[in-house]
Design a protein around this ligand. Structure first.
Ligand SMILES: [Zn+2]
Length: 86
């Protein structure tokens, strides 16, 4: 009976280690969208390159737009279709 108990503990440990190995894979997929948001983008109003960390951000039609200044953001908010070229 002691051998059987040992086998059950081993199976339990293996299952635990498998779960802990799977966790980093899930974290990587959660981090990648944030990394893509950090890329330098172009201000659609004045065409300046804008760094995401200093940008004024507006979300329009589920797309994030970065602006160099509050005035560019307001111009876009007034007439978004004028600056979006599909
Ligand atoms: Zn601008």
């Amino acid at each position: 009976m002691k051998k059987l108990n040992f086998a059950i503990i081993l199976i339990g440990l293996t299952t635990l280690s498998l779960k802990s190995n799977a966790t980093p894979i899930i974290n990587v997929s959660q981090i990648s969208p944030i990394d893509s948001a950090k890329k330098a983008t172009v201000d659609p109003v004045c065409k300046m390159k804008v760094k995401a960390e200093t940008a004024k951000i507006t979300v329009y039609n589920k797309v994030t737009y970065n602006f160099c200044s509050e005035s560019c953001k307001q111009k876009f908010a007034a007439e978004p279709t004028k600056y979006i070229h599909k």
